[in-house]
Every structure is written in C-alpha cells, then in structure tokens.
Design a protein around this ligand. Structure first.
Ligand code: SAH
Length: 215
C-alpha cells in the first residue's frame, strides 16, 4: 500500500490538468491530491491510475474517469458534515474523495465481490464510510434523509425512493439514459418539486436492479 513520490508527482499532474478546466474548487482539487488513486485499481492497471480515463475493475465494472468523479462531486456542492448517499461503491475511489471533502458517506454496492474487496481496502486506508451490500434503487431509508445523493451508474430512470430520501434543499446527481447518459442535477425544492438541470453527456456501466453475487 505504497504512495511514493512518483505516485504523488503523477497525481499532481492529473490535478493540474483538472484544475486547468477552471471548474473545480480548491477544496475539491486538494481532496483529489490526497487520494492515492493507484491503490483503487485492478492489478496491473496501477500505471494508468493518473491518466484521465475510466478503467476496468472487478465484476465487469469500471472505476469512473477522474474528470467524471470531479464533475459529479462539483455538482453536489459538498459542505463539511454533509450526509451523502452514494449508489455504486465500485472501487471506493469516489467514496474516498467525498470523505476527503468532509462528508459522511453511506455507499451501496450490489456486487458482492466488489463490496468485499472495497470494504477491506477503504478500512486499510483509514477511510470510514458506512458501506452496504444491497440494491441502490431502494436507497437507505434507515439513514435518510440525505443532504446529497450521487449515483455512479447509468440509470434508466430516476428511482422514486432516492427522490424521497433527499432532504428539502438537497442535491442529487444522476446519469440518466441507457447506452449513454445525460448528467442530471436535481435540487429538491419541496416534498414534490425538483429543479432539474442537464449537465452534458457521459457513459457509465448500467444501474442494475437487485443484488448480485457474481455478475
Ligand atoms: N464510484 C465507482 C463507480 C463504479 S461503476 C468508482 O469510481 O469506482 C458503478 C458501480 O455501480 C458498479 O460497481 C456497479 O456494480 C454498481 N451498481 C450498479 N447497479 C447498482 C445498484 N442497483 N445498487 C448498487 N450498486 C450498483
């Protein structure tokens, strides 16, 4: 679990590239600087960790592209102490970025293999999210309402339970679509009203219904 000066140097370059987009806050870029992305990669792909691209992880899933992680986090406008629900823990990289922003993170993963591996990794890195093996379509009603909700898989539609579990004034960012997705931001105005805006095109692995032991 090494984070060498070589890794830090590569990470600084990636952060400089992201900073050059003139979109992201200093707090967000500092959080990126602190998370050792190479430790979240599948074996053999560590060398590619600081390129701005999505890469395969276990169970046929992907670790999101750094730009996408930054962009979704940016749209959430995280404040310290925010209660954040994440759907699609995957590698745990986005989870770590949210924790580094000072959020309390509740994250759900439907793939048992990924859930198990990521739980151990995050604990070893001293990250303390609440992780759940389950179906993110249902959210986590026991811990709701949430200040922010982030979905990191392509959703065919916006799941109703997630809308319900968002605080009034809260923000949800969700990529919606089948083969390709539009990044949708919802701001909850009152119990039944959401302000909805679109923020560009992305490609995610699909948000699937139900939990899965394998694929
Ligand atoms: N944030 C992760 C993204 C991983 S890809 C990262 O950067 O590594 C999306 C993840 O969503 C996959 O791990 C996939 O298994 C998970 N997923 C898909 N449908 C889900 C559902 N209904 N509930 C919970 N997780 C789901």
């Amino acid at each position: 679990m090494e984070d060498s000066y070589v890794h830090k140097g590569l990470r600084r370059k990636l952060v400089q590239e992201l900073t050059a987009r003139n979109l992201f806050s200093a707090e967000l870029m500092d959080a990126f600087m602190r998370v050792p992305r190479h430790l979240f990669m599948a074996k053999g792909l560590e060398k590619l960790a600081y390129k701005d691209q999505a890469l395969p992880i276990a169970s046929g899933q992907t670790i999101s592209q750094p730009f996408t992680v930054a962009f979704q986090t940016h749209l959430l406008e995280i404040s310290k102490g925010d209660k954040v629900l994440e759907i699609g823990t995957g590698s745990g990289y986005q989870t770590a970025v949210l924790l580094e922003m000072g959020a309390k993170v509740f994250s759900i993963e439907r793939q048992k293999e990924l859930f198990d591996v990521t739980q151990i990794l995050l604990a070893n890195l001293n990250y303390r999210p609440q992780l759940f093996y389950g179906d993110g379509y249902l959210g986590q009603p026991m811990y709701s309402p949430f200040d922010k909700i982030i979905i990191t898989a392509g959703a065919p539609f916006i799941p109703e339970p997630l809308k319900q579990q968002l605080k009034i004034g809260g923000r949800m960012v969700i990529p919606v679509g089948d083969k390709a997705q539009k990044m949708i931001l919802l701001v909850k105005k009152d119990e039944n009203n959401f302000e909805v805006t679109e923020h560009g095109n992305f490609q995610f692995v699909p948000l699937l219904q139900g939990k899965s032991i394998n694929k």
